[in-house]
Design a protein around this ligand. Structure first.
Ligand code: IMP
Length: 543
């Protein structure tokens, strides 16, 4: 152990302040902190020395606690996730067709993160999802089911049975952005026995409406005083643009953390594309729909195709579109993509819960080492890094951020929520939703089984993992199911709060402080033996 000068001086003080009791000499307890020699645990650099410790992942280590002088609620989780985009919470949802479509992307953005819309669908379908996120206004229903005056009472009853909606706006052509003519409410048809009656004969035409541009507060006020069930919002031409429902009044909470573009105030939206030439056309549609961040979705990002794609995107869209390139796990891979112009890197190969890449391809890297090494390298160029895959709990998020990531990307943790695509089903008494790897055979065959446009070039999952010329497909992922986790509106706040408590225990009031103190060796780590891992989990309970 090295004694420096201060410590020697401390030792002198010790001699003058120590007390003797029988044969043992004690230091003055009031000066205990002065007698700390060296620091407990390992620095991140010492821990991540792969020659000594091998490749590490989240369960292999712990962060040692620091000093708390602030409440957990004051911990800021703000983070820059690409060169130009800062979020209030460092969470991203994976571009997977069982994780992120419109609903997930809207709710992730409302809660301060961002959703990455998958590309395992036609370019038009993907662009449509991006458009819905960008056009979303909290509280306003922007895609209400509408009917024409020539639909019948039976149609209203069918919609009520199928979706539960009872106030249906009637427009000239039965679509949004068409002249609003009336509204049919449950009361209009409650005692109506003839199902074939046309809606023009039963609809309410004495309407209370609000003009486009009205704020949510103003619209709620109008809704309250009008005593109606629905408030249609119309533009200057009298066309329906959205709807507000009384039943949603209490649900229209504020979202103070929402991720919004500074200029348009619209929610921030990300989407994945591949690196083939037809992905350039796909990207054009996504950008026209308002895309903020493009994620180049490749399991091994260090390729000529990706480098050319990055250069093409930078040349075509300049700084209007941030690129998250990847995936990478080594500094060498990272260097190529940074040089090409990436605005952030996505790190992870083989760490995903549904991933079998490491077994099948024999390539990849334990996720803790991958995040640390790439983040350390990228930091020199001020390029943020996103830890993608392998996040099984909130503690893993804290660890990924401590290793230098600016955000985490989650698949399994967000699958099985109300906002993830797909229907719930029951198996052995459990309520489940499907979750599958995009490299699973199940996902590759989506276009054939799920009725998208059916063209093979619409299916980007196949391109992420296979060459189109592959005759025999080798799956890199599996398909399974995860249990119902409820809504991310409750789950993400839990993750936020868990992360704030983790940072409080470490003694870091914000993520910059966390990273700086790890870099400065002030935050310390310890490796966990196999038995330490067992000790750290729940054990010894009867039930
Ligand atoms: P999870 O959060 O551990 O479930 O991992 C999700 C991540 O796994 C995604 O963001 C992708 O990077 C990755 N991934 C998705 N599908 C596959 C696959 O089929 N094989 C390998 N990795 C996948």
């Amino acid at each position: 152990m090295v004694h420096n000068e201060t410590q020697n001086n401390d030792f002198e003080t010790f001699k003058s302040t120590s007390t003797k009791s029988s044969n043992t000499t004690y230091f003055d307890p009031k000066q205990a902190t002065k007698y700390l020699i060296g620091a407990d645990g390992l620095s991140a650099e010492e821990m991540m020395d792969s020659r000594k410790n091998g490749g590490l992942t989240y369960n292999d280590f712990l962060i040692l606690p620091g000093y708390i002088d602030f409440p957990a609620s004051e911990v800021s989780l703000e983070s820059r996730i690409t060169r130009n985009i800062v979020l209030k919470t460092p969470f991203m949802s994976s571009p997977m067709d069982t994780v992120t479509e419109t609903d997930m992307a809207i709710n992730m953005a409302l809660l301060g993160g961002v959703g990455v819309i998958h590309s395992n669908c036609s370019p038009d379908e993907q662009a449509d999802m991006v458009r819905k996120v960008k056009k979303f206004e909290n509280g306003f229903i922007t895609d209400p089911v509408c009917l024409t005056p020539n639909h019948t009472v039976a149609d209203v009853r069918r919609i009520k049975a199928q979706f539960g909606y009872s106030g249906i706006p009637i427009t000239a052509n039965g679509k949004l952005y068409s002249i609003l003519l009336g509204i049919v409410t449950a009361r209009d048809i409650q005692f109506h026995e003839d199902d074939t009656t046309l809606l023009k004969d039963v609809m309410t035409t004495d309407l209370v409406v609000a003009q486009e541009g009205v704020t949510l507060d103003e619209a709620n006020q109008i809704l309250r005083s009008s005593k109606r069930g629905k408030l249609p919002i119309v533009n200057s031409r009298g066309e329906l643009v959205s709807l507000l429902a009384r039943s949603d009044l209490l649900k229209n909470l504020n979202f103070p953390l929402a991720s919004k573009s500074p200029h348009s105030k619209q929610l921030i939206c990300a989407a994945a594309v591949g690196t083939r030439s037809d992905d350039k056309l796909r990207l054009r549609k996504l950008v026209d729909a308002g895309l903020d961040i493009v994620v180049l979705d490749s399991s091994q990002g260090n390729s000529l195709f990706q480098i050319e794609m990055i250069k093409y995107i930078k040349k075509t869209y300049g700084d209007n579109l941030d690129i998250i390139a990847g995936n990478v796990v080594t500094r060498e891979q990272a260097a190529s993509l940074i040089e090409a112009g990436a605005d952030a890197l996505r790190v992870g190969m083989g760490s995903g819960s549904i991933c079998i890449t490491q077994e099948i391809m024999s390539v990849g890297r334990p996720q803790g080492s991958a995040v640390y090494k790439v983040a350390q390298f990228a930091d020199q160029f001020d390029i943020p890094v996103i830890a993608d895959g392998g996040i099984q709990n909130v503690g893993h998020i804290t660890k990924a951020l401590a290793l230098g990531a600016s955000a985490v990307m989650m698949g399994s943790l967000l699958a099985g929520t109300t906002e993830s695509p797909g229907e719930y089903f029951y198996h052995e008494g459990q309520r489940l939703k499907k979750y599958r790897g995009m490299g699973s055979l199940d996902a590759m065959e989506r276009h054939a089984t799920q009725g998208t446009s059916g063209k093979s070039n619409d299916n980007n999952a196949a391109k992420r993992y296979f060459s189109e010329r592959d005759v025999v497909k080798v799956a890199q992922g599996v398909a399974g199911a995860v249990v119902d986790k409820g809504s991310i509106r409750k789950f993400v706040p839990y993750l936020i709060s868990g992360l704030q408590h983790g940072l409080q225990d470490i003694g870091a009031k914000n993520l910059k402080r966390l990273r700086d103190d790890v870099k400065g060796d002030k935050i310390r780590f310890e490796l966990r033996t196999a038995s330490a891992q067992i000790e750290g989990g729940v054990h010894g309970l009867y039930s």
